[in-house]
Design a protein around this ligand. Structure first.
Ligand SMILES: NC(=O)c1ccc[n+]([C@@H]2O[C@H](COP(=O)([O-])OP(=O)(O)OC[C@H]3O[C@@H](n4cnc5c(N)ncnc54)[C@H](OP(=O)(O)O)[C@@H]3O)[C@@H](O)[C@H]2O)c1
Length: 349
């Protein structure tokens, strides 16, 4: 356990050494963990648990996820079942369908839960926005959350590389006094690095804001704005791409990740430092009200409702593919497609 004190705000971080895998097995292995869903999280979490020797089964509908699971070595009738059967067999039910899929599958899952089960989420969405999702867990079960701070693909890849993804954890309902221990043991069983505590509300509010802003929406908006300005001022696609994206991702952001923003600044020219120091506050002034507006719309449930109505449509997948194709066809990313293979490590020259 590590006590952080950040500007007087104290937090406890739980590390792997606090819950070695043998201790996690003592907590979990007299139970069956049923993982419902085989998207990036379901796949990453179930394979990591299986590789570490936990007692895990997978519950899926027939279709693309089912076929993927078979290819990964899950065996029908032994550790691969349809959703209702897996839910009945499981003591810990990891509800890892897409957030829209959880709404559709909830009546069936709820019907097959038993007293004393633990219902586990990797996102607070379904429970927090229950007036739109109707996901209201019964009183006679534990309800917990472990939310890896990264995509399920990274959960798997980091595990295979012997690293980990940090996760938050929360207890929404502790029916039998074991909810917190089960959440923490499962977090390390799926390969988490370290854990910090949250609540279902705080997790969903920060997560939806993060992905709409700095993690995804904001960077696409910022990259595109700068790329377009450079192109409109007569710069070539290679120059605009390198000054906007390649240098950011390949050189400067890894330095921020390594030792912080001041470290990155201190490794750039004095000319670059002066400009960045002067312009950063201007961007903060413009962006903070936008991020604040986004946060308010997340808390009010407006963002959740947009997401549920769009992701529940029958043509959801084709509509999404169309929108992603539009991004793919932006000149900035077409430039990237031609320039990435020319990185020295990718080129044969
Ligand atoms: N991705 C991330 O970065 C991330 C990070 C942390 C937490 N989470 C959370 O983890 C959970 C899972 O997310 P994900 O990214 O792994 O996957 P996802 O793409 O959101 O979900 C895909 C899975 O849901 C299944 N599914 C969808 N609708 C269904 C329905 N009506 N009935 C049965 N199955 C259905 C799909 O099965 P088919 O193949 O049969 O369609 C597939 O197995 C979500 O709560 C998400 O918010 C995600």
């Amino acid at each position: 356990m590590k006590e952080l004190n950040i500007n007087g705000y104290k937090e406890q971080i739980i590390e792997r050494s606090d819950y070695p895998i043998e201790k996690c097995k003592e907590i979990l292995n007299d139970k069956i963990t049923a993982i419902l869903g085989y998207g990036p999280q379901g796949r990453g979490q179930s394979l990591n648990m299986r590789d570490q020797g936990f007692n895990v089964i997978v519950g899926l509908r027939k279709g693309s996820s089912w076929d993927k699971a078979i290819k990964d070595g899950w065996i029908k009738g032994r550790n691969l079942f349809e959703i209702n059967e897996a839910t009945k067999k499981g003591d810990i039910i990891q509800f890892l369908l897409s957030d829209a899929g959880q709404i559709q599958a909830w009546p069936e899952v709820k019907e097959n839960l038993s007293e004393g089960n633990t219902l586990y989420f990797s996102h607070g969405f379904g429970v927090v926005f229950h007036s739109d999702t109707n996901i209201i867990p019964p009183n006679n079960i534990n309800v917990v959350l472990v939310a890896p701070k990264g995509s399920g693909l990274t959960v798997r890849n980091h595990f295979l590389e012997g690293r980990g993804i940090n996760s938050s954890y929360a207890v929404f309902q502790d029916f039998n006094g074991s909810a917190k221990d089960i959440a923490i043991a499962t977090a390390f069983a799926i390969g988490s690095g370290h854990l910090f505590e949250t609540t279902f509300e705080k997790e969903v509010h920060s997560d939806l804001t993060g992905e709409r802003c700095v993690l995804m929406g904001l960077i696409q908006g910022a990259f595109l704005a700068q790329y377009e300005v450079l192109r409109e001022k007569g710069h070539s696609p290679s120059e605009a791409y390198n000054e906007t994206i390649e240098e950011a991702l390949e050189s400067l952001y890894p330095l921020v990740s390594e030792k912080g923003m001041d470290w990155m600044y201190s490794n750039c020219s004095t000319t670059a430092q002066r400009g960045a120091l002067d312009w950063a506050p201007k961007f903060k002034k413009v962006l903070k009200p936008v991020i604040n507006d986004c946060y308010e719309k997340v808390v009010s449930g407006e963002e959740a409702r947009i997401s549920i109505s769009s992701n529940s449509r029958d043509d959801y997948r084709s509509q999404l593919d169309k929108e992603l194709e539009e991004i793919n066809n932006q000149e900035m990313w077409l430039a990237g497609k031609q320039l990435r293979p020319l990185r020295p490590e990718n080129s044969n020259n």
